[in-house]
Design a binder for this molecule. Structure first.
Ligand SMILES: [Zn+2]
Ligand SMILES: [Zn+2]
Length: 247
């Protein structure tokens, strides 16, 4: 039997220089549970190093945490990559890190990039330029995510920067996203009016939280048999009556 599962699959931890330092595994899990979420994903810029810590922080709570990343393509398109296990995210991360520009993160300019464990203890600082664009184009990234059995979603297509529409003007036929994401800034009706041309993709909407207070600010409800990655993927493909709602 299909049941509703509330999901927020786009949020940043303290590893993203632009996120607040309170975005730690324990605080994120606590906030997600307070807001009645069943599924979350950790999607830091160009890195997945806090994803496993967040999954472990959720063990025993019933909250399901997917590994993920928000990759920046060479065209400065943000792409959400979601995976069932840290292995897929790790494989993507290896390629992404090899394709980041040389140079170090300037913490005074961009903020800290903090790697933590499930107990919120600081394990180190990532010195890479995570906020930069990678040398990989959007098509190569979408194809790579697919080959790693992940799900690729065009991030916040309504935003005026770092979205596939702001950077390319349209979504080329050969860019095989599994879904497009609308940001919390746009409501369902306005989205239907403005982005009707993207109806060939399933639509999802998540918080893109950089602050604890924003977790669950926008939720997509998936009608699933159970809260698993395979079920979520099946819902994106509208398989077996599985469905997706947000407003
Ligand atoms: Zn983004
Ligand atoms: Zn984001």
């Amino acid at each position: 039997m299909l049941k509703p599962y509330h999901a927020d699959l786009h949020m940043h931890t303290c590893l993203s220089p632009c996120a607040e330092i309170d975005m730690t595994p324990r605080e994120i899990v606590a906030a997600a549970l307070r807001r009645g979420l069943h599924l979350i994903a950790v999607t830091d810029h160009n890195s997945a190093e806090n994803a496993e810590a967040t999954r472990r922080a959720a063990e025993g709570t019933g909250l399901v945490v997917f590994a993920g990343m928000e990759v920046t393509s060479s065209e400065e398109v943000h792409i959400l990559a979601l995976f069932e296990s840290p292995d897929g995210a790790g494989a993507l991360q290896d390629v992404v890190h090899r394709n980041l520009p040389a140079g170090e993160n300037d913490e005074r300019l961009y903020g800290h990039q903090i790697i933590v464990n499930k107990d919120n203890e600081v394990m180190g600082f990532d010195r890479r330029l995570l906020i930069a664009a990678t040398g990989l184009n959007a098509r190569a990234l979408v194809d790579l995510i697919r080959s790693l059995e992940g799900v690729s979603i065009a991030s916040h297509v309504d935003r005026e920067a770092f979205s596939v529409l702001s950077q390319l003007g349209f979504i080329p036929e050969d860019l095989r996203f599994d879904a497009v994401e609308l940001s919390p800034k746009v409501g369902r009706q306005a989205a239907e009016r403005l982005f009707g041309g993207l109806k060939r993709f399933p639509w999802v909407s998540f918080s893109d939280a950089h602050y604890i207070r924003d977790i669950g600010k926008r939720v997509t409800t998936f009608m699933l048999e159970e809260a698993t990655f395979g079920e979520m993927k099946a819902a994106l493909a509208s398989a077996g009556g599985r469905d997706i709602f947000w407003e």
